[in-house]
Each structure stands twice: as structure tokens, then as C-alpha cells.
Design a protein around this ligand. Structure first.
Ligand SMILES: [Ca+2]
Ligand SMILES: [Ca+2]
Length: 506
């Protein structure tokens, strides 16, 4: 009996320790890759909610809904996404296909489906380890919100005034954005309503985060209370805010309110300029953005990097306007986004190089097709998801000449080199042993060719407008990865224990 107990304890320890180590590794938001969907424009999975749909009118509903997203969860998962950001789901006034014209903060928009269907969407996404981030608007209501005609709700809004002075913070906060009725968050009743509402959606639907709309149009003291309140509802709840401003210090100032992350507009401005045509220097500028973020944010690794969204011309259009070829330009921009620090946010359609001018042309209905970029994104995601050096490692710029950039990402236990050739000519470069010491091998992760060191360093060639990601391996090893080593050791241990027990029994 005692022997059996000992055997049980030994076996339990052998099997449980690796599991426990794994369980302790909490998933942090820097490991996510976000797919951003405008619900109405993604996939029509249910014709029964197609009220007044007109796919020929860019300002009308096009029919996309929750069921359409549920039907495409495998498509999203296969591209390597771990989270989805959805445009607002609350009931909107007529023509509010985008979701930003609230008519009722507690109702689901009938074009998208029911509350139950939304819960099913969250549940099915969670089953596939995909998180759901919901867009939330607390700055304004739709133009015809019922409160506007309610005598008891008159002090829920600011007095009607336009935003005329964008440098005047008071005017930016109290004025009407695009003429939309501006809510008075300083009114305790309004404030409580908005806070309760934000908490209710989390409790009711189990979403994992909010993308906060128009953050700079709402006072900071509201966001302070908001962050505290909503985070008390669900552990690790994520807040990513939109502060549409080109000054990084202005954006970063909102991090003091408790909002975890921001869609990084300063990144967007530089990245779209650098990658929308060839021969632009990458390293100097993008490294500058990163270093500034390091100095401004407690955790710059969770900022949201993007080159496309629903408020700006699509990247493809920028490229076309510069007489360039969208797919090769997108490939370079995406390689950078997936290998640089920061959460990549991909707007639906970018994976097929979708074209589109200013809003609403940048919100065309999604077309599902086989596309080389979809395959490429999946490959990039696979590499990012497997290498923590890319999500949380240090960044070191090691080469940066005329559009050819090489940077190193290092975390405990692994080092990667990212080489991006942003020029239209093949580039051969040599990294000296001062940059990378002798005795390593550079194992290609995107392509197949590996590089071994020579006496003068490591020489490799990157074709025009292509990239490579190398894993730096020291010569004598390491092709056996850690999990296999643990698995091997476990098997040997278990076999040993069983052998000893059997012998003792005899
Ligand atoms: Ca529909
Ligand atoms: Ca406001």
C-alpha cells in the first residue's frame, strides 16, 4: 500500500510539474494579434435581418452580422489572429451601419442579430482561444437620440457648440464632434449611467476588452473612474483607446487614466509614409517611434500598431496613388508590424489588399478569396505566435542603409534577426562579428536558406522588396527545442520509476 502511494506521488509530481509551469504563464496582451471587423461590412450570415440593406449605397447597411462572423471564425483563426475588435454593437439610429450613432446603449442593433446571438459569438470565439474586444462610444449619442426630447435629460448633454479650436481642450471635450450630441460626463447621473452600462456589457456577454472611441473628447477624470470600474468586473480586462493625435506625448498622457493601450497614431503616420513606396529608410524612423514609446509608456509592448483602419484611406489606396504595387508594399509593412514590438491590428480586407478611399469607401464589403497576402499573414502570425522575442523582446537596430534595415529582437533564451529590404534592388549585406559573434547559424523562418558565419561575418542576400526573419542559433545545438527536452526527460523519469517499482515488487 505504501509503495503504491509512493508510486502515485512520484508519478503525480512527474506529470504535474510541467503542467503547473505552463499554467503559471499567464497570457499577456502583448501576445495578441487583433483582427478588426466592421460588422456590417464583413459577412452576411443571416438574410432574415437584412432590413433596408442596399449594397450599392456606401452609406447604407450591407448585411453583415454576428452569424457571418461566427461562420468565419475558422478563417480568422487560421490566419493566426488571437483577438477580434468589433465596431459597436448597440442599437443605432437609421443609417448607423458603422455603429457610432447610438440610439439605445442597452440594446443590440437588430441588423447584427440578437443579444443571444452575440453571446454565442463570444462563446464560440472563446472556444477557439480568440478574445473579443468591443468598440464603445461614451462621448456622444446619435443625432436623434430620444433623450434629446426628454425634458429630464436636457442636462445630460453639453450646450450645442461646434469644435472650432482643436488646440482648446475644453472645446474638444465639450463641443459636438461632427455635430453629434455631446454627453456631459461631469453630470453624476449621466456618468453613473455610462459606467453601469459599460460594466453591464462585460457581465452580460463576457467580452475581454473595450476599444474606446473618441477618448480625447471626454475628460480624463471620467476615464480614471471608468478604468477602475470596468477592470473590477473582469480580471485582465483590456482597454485600448483611440486618441487621434500626431503628438505622442499628448496620446501617452491618457495612459495615466488607467487605459492600458492606444491605437498608435504616431506609428500609423510613420509606417504608412515609409512603406507606401520603396527606398524609404525604415530603421531610423521606426526605431525613433519605438524609443519614444519606451520613454513614454510603462508597457509599450501592448500599444496597437496599424496601417489601416475605418477612418483613413486604405493603405492600398496610398500605394496606388504613389504609382506603386500594393501587394509588395503591404508585404513589407506587414513584416514590420509582425516583427516589431506592439500588437499588430489588421483591418479586415488588408489580407486581400482591399482598396478604398476615404470613409465610407474604405468600408467596402469583404470579399473572401484566396490571396497570397492571406497566406503571408498566416505565416507571419505563426512565427510571431511561436517566438516571444518578437512580442516582448528587446529591439536593437543593427543595419540601416537606404531602405535596407536589419534589427535584432532578443528575449531570454532566443534571438531573432529581422531583415527588411524596402528597396527595389537585391541587397547583400554582411553583419560583422562585432554585431553578431562567431559560431552561430542564422536559420531562416520565412524562407528556407540558412546562413553560416564566415571569417568576416554573416553574409546574406535579400531580394528586392522582400524580407527574412532569422533565428540565431549557436552552432552546437538547439535544434531540440525545450518542450521536447522536457518531454524526453519525463519519459526517461517515468520509465525509471516504473522499473524501480516493478523490481521492488518482486
Ligand atoms: Ca444579415
Ligand atoms: Ca465630449
Amino acid at each position: 500500500m505504501k509503495k503504491k502511494l509512493t508510486a502515485f506521488i512520484v508519478l503525480y509530481l512527474v506529470f504535474s510539474v510541467p503542467v503547473a509551469i505552463q499554467a503559471e504563464e499567464k497570457n499577456t496582451w502583448e501576445d495578441e494579434i487583433i483582427y478588426f471587423i466592421m460588422i456590417d461590412r464583413f459577412n452576411n450570415g443571416d438574410a432574415s435581418n437584412d432590413f433596408e440593406v442596399d449594397i450599392n449605397d456606401p452609406a447604407a447597411y450591407h448585411g453583415g452580422d454576428f452569424q457571418g462572423i461566427i461562420d468565419k471564425l475558422d478563417y480568422i483563426k487560421e490566419m493566426g489572429f488571437t483577438a477580434i475588435w468589433l465596431t459597436p454593437i448597440v442599437k443605432n439610429e437609421p443609417k448607423g451601419y458603422h455603429g457610432y450613432w447610438t440610439e439605445d446603449f442597452y440594446e443590440v442593433e437588430e441588423h447584427f442579430g440578437t443579444l443571444e446571438e452575440f453571446k454565442t459569438l463570444v462563446e464560440k470565439a472563446h472556444e477557439k482561444d480568440i478574445k473579443i474586444i468591443l468598440d464603445l462610444v461614451v462621448n456622444h449619442t446619435g443625432y436623434q437620440h430620444p433623450w434629446l426630447n426628454d425634458s429630464e435629460k436636457q442636462d445630460w448633454f453639453h450646450e450645442e457648440q461646434s469644435i472650432i479650436s482643436w488646440d482648446n481642450q475644453k472645446n474638444v471635450e465639450d463641443g459636438r464632434l461632427a455635430g453629434l450630441p455631446d454627453l456631459a460626463q461631469e453630470n453624476p447621473e449621466t456618468r453613473k449611467y455610462l459606467l453601469d452600462m459599460a460594466k453591464w456589457w462585460i457581465e452580460e456577454t463576457d467580452i475581454d476588452g473595450y476599444r474606446l472611441d473618441t477618448v480625447k473628447h471626454v475628460p480624463k477624470d471620467f476615464w480614471e473612474e471608468f478604468s477602475q470600474e470596468v477592470k473590477s468586473v473582469k480580471e485582465d480586462f483590456f482597454l485600448i483607446g483611440e486618441v487621434w493625435h500626431s503628438d505622442p506625448t499628448y496620446v501617452a498622457d491618457y495612459a495615466k487614466t488607467g487605459i492600458d493601450s492606444f491605437v498608435d497614431y504616431p506609428f500609423f503616420n510613420e509606417a504608412t509614409r515609409i512603406f507606401s513606396k520603396p527606398d524609404q529608410q525604415i530603421g531610423k524612423f521606426m526605431d525613433g517611434i519605438w524609443k519614444r514609446n519606451v520613454s513614454l509608456y510603462e508597457n509599450p509592448y501592448i500599444l496597437g500598431n496599424f496601417i489601416d483602419n475605418h477612418d483613413n484611406k486604405r493603405f492600398t489606396r496610398l500605394v496606388i496613388e504613389k504609382d506603386q504595387e500594393p501587394v509588395s508594399r503591404l508585404r513589407q509593412a506587414l513584416t514590420y508590424m509582425y516583427t516589431a514590438p506592439g500588437i499588430p491590428i489588421i483591418y479586415y480586407g488588408t489580407e486581400i489588399a482591399m482598396d478604398g478611399g476615404n470613409d465610407p469607401d474604405n468600408r467596402r464589403m469583404m470579399e473572401f478569396e484566396d490571396h497570397e497576402l492571406t497566406t503571408y499573414i498566416s505565416k507571419l502570425a505563426d512565427i510571431r505566435n511561436k517566438h516571444s522575442a518578437l512580442t516582448s523582446g528587446d529591439v536593437e537596430l543593427v543595419y540601416d542603409q537606404n531602405g535596407m534595415t536589419v534589427f535584432k529582437r532578443s528575449s531570454e533564451g532566443e534571438q531573432l534577426l529581422v531583415a527588411i529590404n524596402n528597396t527595389t534592388e537585391e541587397q547583400t549585406i554582411t553583419l560583422s562579428h562585432e554585431v553578431l559573434e562567431e559560431g552561430h547559424e542564422l536559420q531562416a523562418l520565412l524562407g528556407e536558406e540558412s546562413v553560416t558565419g564566415q571569417s568576416d561575418g554573416y553574409t546574406f542576400t535579400i531580394p528586392s522588396e522582400k524580407s527574412e526573419i532569422y533565428q540565431i542559433k549557436s552552432g552546437n545545438e538547439q535544434t531540440i527545442a525545450l518542450p521536447w527536452m522536457i518531454a524526453g526527460a519525463t519519459v526517461i523519469l517515468v520509465a525509471g520509476v516504473i522499473f524501480i517499482l516493478l523490481r521492488k515488487k518482486r
